[in-house]
Design a protein around this ligand. Structure first.
Ligand SMILES: [Zn+2]
Length: 483
């Protein structure tokens, strides 16, 4: 009897403590079928407030959200966090749901630069960055190590931009309302139309459904972040100067409902920023299907942007050293940060590592480690696709260093005099223009010869770009340091 009373007492204590835990509710949107199933399984932990099409606005307990995440075996959280009832209801009505996307009018014209870029992709860098991110142990959004990963990436990007001598690059922290974890954004300001934006991004947080102190998140999503970092490195190493503004984003707190990306996309929309296209990199390194890159065809994605990615693969990757294949798949809900951009009416796309269901089975667990993948062959393909996308959609300013003549054009800088000379090339240089790194033309020099000397006595020390216009061979641009 005494024993039974004791048990009853402990049972009561247990129920009370579980209820205290479950008191944490929030608003969200999710697939309406998932919402209905949860309502049957956990009637006290979810309220379905409204349903439109296949989406429901709900008020849900964190525990139920976690069960959803575990049971669906999906990528991503399975729901989209909303900070208020109004936002949850509003998002059922946004233009993004079943929207007719704008037609992106990108073209494929930059073969020289793109081929240079994809030759420069280095899988070792991607490996290093995945291991670095895995090394934080956990990047769950509440952990200090998650914020540290963000600040460290800011430092890394700033160092890369500095080493490349770029004054058109800035890196900023974006602080959020619904998580303490920040996001980080690197911007290369467009040299010609800086109000037009091309954005690539992915989430830098991680999760482990059973223990958030151990959430290595190597594929989900250190791989996507490492892919984005490698894209940026190549662009810096080739001195790519875009016509449009290009941004690289690493988002906080995707795993608890796209929190970081939705706050950023909302702010961009509120400020009427013209994001021409957004491409998501979330899980790039597990080759689970017969093809390499899977273009997601969910209705909120931009069909024309998807077609552009497919055209890029057809143009640059159908044969040769950089050959890879693609397929299509759908995740059937707002499964990653691109949905945040689509919800604001922007054209978004999400090339994924495999067909859904065949993707990395170790995500959201302590086993999502680099050693489970072993190499970065798969992510390397995504880095190439990302470079093709950024270079072709943002286009290069004439100042981009574009030296396809390789060693046939020699430059020598001495005593603030620039000597140039063509070697083994039957052509003449009509004119040489010198630009500063901000894109301002500061010297025009008529040549009409194969070689010459330009005096730059009046210029400050630093990085400059010399553009050589040829009689037959178009132009090349070369960066030089005045010292
Ligand atoms: Zn992810």
């Amino acid at each position: 009897m005494k024993n039974t009373l004791f048990r009853l007492f402990f049972l009561l204590l247990f129920v009370v403590s579980v209820q205290a835990q479950e008191a944490s509710y929030f608003y969200a949107t999710m697939d309406s079928n998932d919402a209905s199933k949860l309502k049957v399984a956990l009637p006290n932990e979810i309220d379905i407030i409204a349903t439109k099409g296949n989406q429901s606005a709900v008020y849900i307990a964190r525990t139920a959200a976690l069960k959803l995440q575990e049971s669906l075996l999906l990528h991503g959280p399975g729901y989209v966090f909303k900070s208020s009832l109004e936002k949850a209801l509003f998002s059922l009505d946004t233009k993004a749901i079943n929207q007719q996307n704008k037609i992106v009018n990108f073209t494929i014209t930059e073969d020289v630069l793109v081929n240079q870029a994809i030759n420069m992709v280095n899988s070792d860098n991607i490996e290093d960055d995945i291991l670095t991110l895995e090394g934080y142990g956990t990047r769950y959004h509440t952990k200090t190590s998650a914020a540290q990963a963000v600040y460290d990436l800011k430092d890394k990007w700033e160092a890369m931009a500095l080493a490349a001598g770029r004054t058109d690059v800035s890196v900023r922290i974006f602080n959020h309302s619904n998580t303490n974890m920040p996001s980080v954004i690197m911007t290369i300001e467009g040299a010609e139309t800086p109000d037009d934006y091309i954005i690539i991004g992915g989430h830098i947080d991680s999760i482990n459904s059973s223990n958030n102190n151990d959430a290595p998140g190597a594929d989900d999503n250190a791989s996507g972040i490492a892919t984005i970092i490698e894209i940026s490195r190549v662009l810096f190493d080739m001195d790519f100067i875009p016509k449009k503004t290009v941004e690289f984003m690493a988002f906080a707190a995707e795993e608890i409902g796209l929190v970081g990306s939705s706050e950023i996309a909302e702010e961009y929309s509120y400020n009427n920023i013209n994001v021409e296209a957004y491409v998501q990199f979330d899980m790039t390194n597990y080759a689970g299907s017969s093809s390499d890159v899977y273009i997601t065809t969910d209705t909120y994605n931009s069909a024309s942007l998807n077609n552009f990615l497919i055209d890029l693969i057809g143009h640059y990757n159908s044969s040769g050293d950089h050959q890879f294949t693609y397929g299509t798949t759908a995740c059937n809900y707002g499964c990653s940060d691109h949905f945040s951009w689509a919800q604001q009416g922007y054209d978004a796309a999400f090339p994924f590592e495999a067909a859904f269901g065949q993707h990395n089975p170790f995500i959201h667990s302590s086993q999502d480690t680099y050693s489970m993948m072993g190499n970065t062959d798969h992510a390397t393909k995504f880095a190439k696709l990302g470079l093709e996308f950024v270079i072709e959609s943002a286009k290069s300013n004439a100042l981009s260093v574009n030296d396809y003549l390789n060693n046939k054009m020699l430059l020598l800088m001495k005593d603030k005099q620039l000597t140039y000379r063509l070697v083994d090339l039957d052509d003449t240089i009509l004119e040489v223009s010198i630009y500063d790194i901000s894109g301002k033309k500061i010297v025009t020099h008529s040549s009409n010869r194969q070689s010459g000397i330009i005096s730059l006595q009046n210029l400050d020390l630093g990085f400059y770009i010399a553009v050589f216009n040829f009689n037959k061979n178009g132009y090349i641009a070369k960066k030089f340091i005045l010292r």
